[in-house]
Design a protein around this ligand. Structure first.
Ligand SMILES: *Cc1c(COP(=O)(O)O)cnc(C)c1O
Length: 394
């Protein structure tokens, strides 16, 4: 039983379920064109299309309230927000981070001439393993760059303690964690700075965009200069900044979407209930954990496939679903520590990252977006069950 090859089941299953139109892992949640047109008319009339316009000012304020944070700055995308946060905090040397994330996380360190040091993750949250961080700290370490992956909060208290004990800064890549709260506290209040992404694949979107919540108003002041070439006044440039500003059309989309985001979260929460019900007794499918003291945003629905128990490996399942036109995704595989640009780092050695290596081979993001129907979720659950049964028979 144990060593049975994890083979593809018979072709009938694919024929039986093959969809005519593909179901993607996500779909951008866009505003009604009529709503956007109202804003566009005003923007065209005013001719104020970027550079801290009225929509920008309003969105920055409204998002600070929604995220329950004190200092908030908008950006043209989340990556530049994070990159400039690293710069504003004047980090150097080495920064400890996770390999189980999107490429942008280690890349922002590279762009600041900092060496990423990869640390293993925890099996329950897929976030940085707080017990493995301290052994990686060297005299060169200046910060921890943690990710609230899939919107699951990191162990923020333990991270805070480690940072305090060793004089390190903490930056959170909260790209997935828009609106997440821990014990009623907005997730952006932890650490020195937190970045939220408004990319089209994220729950709250301005198509491209992002924001940075900073603990200190001095850091906010510096990132605000950095995002606009360091311009203080017509004749005064105070830092060698870059262009990372959000424009008025992006901000208008944000203002419309902010009114709709809670409804989108609610729809996704309901769909996840159907997923949980449909998949709860399928051997080898490990469902995500949800804690009572956390307000989630249901950014994604990620299960894990234990190939031995399920009867088929994650990769075979992924391939079968693809053939049926169900486009699940292997977030995050490969690990960042496997990228050719990072794999020669000592910390990238798979021996140091056993949990991350294992998790990245098991995870599968299933379709989730507000417009997905209960019937579609049930269909996906039935397919996952049938694939299991076919393979157990074989
Ligand atoms: C989306 C994402 C980013 C990048 O955000 P952009 O707004 O697309 O630049 C960074 N980190 C993680 C974990 C992400 O998922």
């Amino acid at each position: 039983m144990k060593n049975r090859p994890l083979k593809l089941p018979n072709k009938d299953i694919v024929q039986r379920y093959k969809l005519r139109k593909p179901l993607y892992v996500t779909r951008p949640f866009l505003p009604a064109l009529a709503d956007l047109n109202k804003y566009l008319k005003k923007i065209w009339k005013s001719q104020w299309v970027t550079n801290n316009g009225v929509n920008h000012v309003l969105l920055e304020k409204k998002l600070a309230a929604y995220l329950k944070v004190k200092n908030n700055s908008l950006f043209c995308n989340g990556t530049l927000a994070l990159q400039l946060a690293v710069n504003a905090l004047r980090l150097t040397g080495e920064v400890i981070t996770t390999p189980f994330t999107f490429a942008a996380t280690p890349h922002v360190l590279y762009w600041n001439n900092i060496r990423p040091v990869f640390c293993d993750i925890q099996e329950d949250t897929y976030n940085l393993d707080v017990h493995k961080i301290e052994s990686l700290i060297t005299p060169e370490t200046t910060a921890i760059l943690a990710v609230h992956v899939f919107g699951n909060p990191c162990d923020v208290e333990a991270l805070e303690k480690i940072a305090q004990n060793h004089g390190l800064k903490i930056i959170y890549d909260a790209a997935h964690a828009f609106g997440v709260e821990v014990n009623g506290v907005g997730i952006g209040n932890f650490g020195d700075a937190s970045m939220f992404s408004f990319h089209a694949t994220k729950i709250f979107s301005t198509i491209e965009g992002g924001c940075l919540a900073c603990r200190s108003s001095d850091i906010k002041e510096r990132v605000d200069y950095l995002r606009n070439f360091g311009i203080k006044s017509e004749e005064e440039i105070v830092v060698p900044g870059i262009n990372a500003k959000m424009n008025e059309i992006q901000a208008a989309i944000g203002l419309i979407q902010l009114k709709a985001v809670d409804r989108e979260i609610k729809k996704r929460k309901r769909l996840i209930e159907f997923y949980k019900e449909g998949l709860k007794n399928v051997p080898g499918i490990i469902l995500p954990r949800y804690l009572d003291n956390v307000k989630y945003n249901y950014q994604s629905f990620v299960v894990r496939i234990n190939g031995q128990e399920y009867g088929t490996s994650r990769d075979c399942l992924y391939g079968l679903l693809r053939q049926m036109n169900i486009v699940a995704r292997k977030y995050f595989y490969p690990l960042c520590s496997h990228y050719s640009c990072y794999k020669s780092l000592p910390s990238a050695n798979p021996v140091n990252l056993p949990v991350a290596e294992k998790i990245s081979k098991e995870v599968l993001s299933l379709p989730l977006y507000g417009e997905l129907t209960k019937e579609e979720v049930n269909l996906i659950c039935n397919i996952l069950k049938d694939i299991h049964h076919e393979n157990k028979k074989a």
